[in-house]
Design a binder for this molecule. Sequence first.
Ligand code: BES
Ligand code: MN
Ligand code: ZN
Length: 494
Amino acid sequence: MLNNIECTAIDFQTVEYEAAESIVVLLCKECVAGIGKINLPEELQAAVKALINRYPDFYEVESVHELALFQGDKLVQLTIVGCGEGKECTPANFRKAAGAAVRTLQKQKATTAIVAVPLLLKATRAHYLQAIAEGLYLGAYSFTECKGESKPATSCTVQITSAVENGSQVLAQAEAIAKGVTLTRNLVNRPGNWVNPAVMAEEARKVAEAYNLEIEVLDEETLAAKGMNAILAVGQGSKNPPRLITLKYNGAGDAPYTAFVGKGITFDSGGISIKPGENMGEMKDDMAGAGAVLGAVQAIAQMKLPCNLLAVLSCAENMPGGNAQRPGDVVKAANGKTIEVVNTDAEGRMVLADAVWYACEQGAVRVIDIATLTGAVIIALGNETSGIITNTDALAEAIKDAGKKAGEGFWQLPSLPECKEAIKSDVADLLNSAGRAGGCITGGLFIGEFVKEGVEWAHLDIGGTSTATKTAGFKVKGGTGFGTMTLIRYAGTL
Ligand code: BES
Ligand code: MN
Ligand code: ZN
């Protein structure tokens, strides 16, 4: 059970449509031919066809058409949900359609449902089955922690018709993944006064204990002893001191480590370079990168994927205060490079500077950092696609590919050496901000300056994708958990 939904897989031969309160048929345009083969009782089959005839655009992704009908003296809810046509008929679109489907089930207050999928008549479509279950679990998500009294939503048991052989294994994977994304979303949605760096450490400890992972939490004194002055500088204006949290997952013997490094600014006021008041509250989500890393490593450990991982959460709160860092300050990062702080609101790259260095120190041969780093990425790519800056094009390709399978979009931005000119400082080695031009690129390149020579590195800017302004597909308004599923799928390729 996750988000009040429990998915099981059921054979087309044994499914009892008569027993369910609600039946949802997931249909792409081409799937219409399969309606006769999924063992639907005749009346229901006729009703599906009537819906299709009445709504010629039924196959549009996420479009929902409902009909209530009596079977004997029992009322049954029948729903068709569109999954696209032709090339649109992808697992990603089925995931979205499943999200829309589960919200319809919630609205109907169904306690038992069958999701009938003609596409799954083919045994080879395990990846579609997985995507559908992910969409059901994630589309059902809601964040109620902050409500004084929360009325529990109706729990619903969902049987998904499928000829996929190891269906229950596939669904176990989907549930582990969705559970990871749910953890990420909960952390992102929690307000800044509930989640500070120490709370992030507690959350990481819970994951470590539940899945038997090694964990290390560096506090402000240890950070100082190790010379990690960049993360310390960001956190010094806050009463809640920084924490650098590292979880270790060993699933592949003595294979080298890949590091996932997340930006964990539990609230970003901008610091002395304070942000405008309007919508400042949204900056409680500035730990979405760290949240994605924690959600991903939890799922990876639950799935026992064969890889070795370091999950590094670089957590601080960016506040103005009597001890806050000032614009113009110069800070020496752990790798010895000095940073001129021209804008205290460019804090994410500073906490990541020390964190990616630390990941390299710990032996990572590959580093992927993920961060709500810039507003500039929204201008460049909008709210559906995250930006990639990398020193290894093949790594960007692998991440884009994992993203496609996860239903999350990525786009690589050029990282020309010429662009590094912009982050050179006259008084120090580096500037922490190079202004508006190519802000997503210069932000990423700054982080790259702290990655050890020879280490593959990619930076994922989720500034535009970490939250959604409306509920659609498998996303629910608020924290999306973006990146979590991509990191999990990427780990599966290691
Ligand atoms: N967390 C913000 C980036 C952000 C802003 C993400 C709005 C999503 C929505 C980050 O710390 C920040 O403030 N970046 C600055 C960088 C600039 C000062 C170089 C930005 O993007 O304005
Ligand atoms: Mn900022
Ligand atoms: Zn920030």
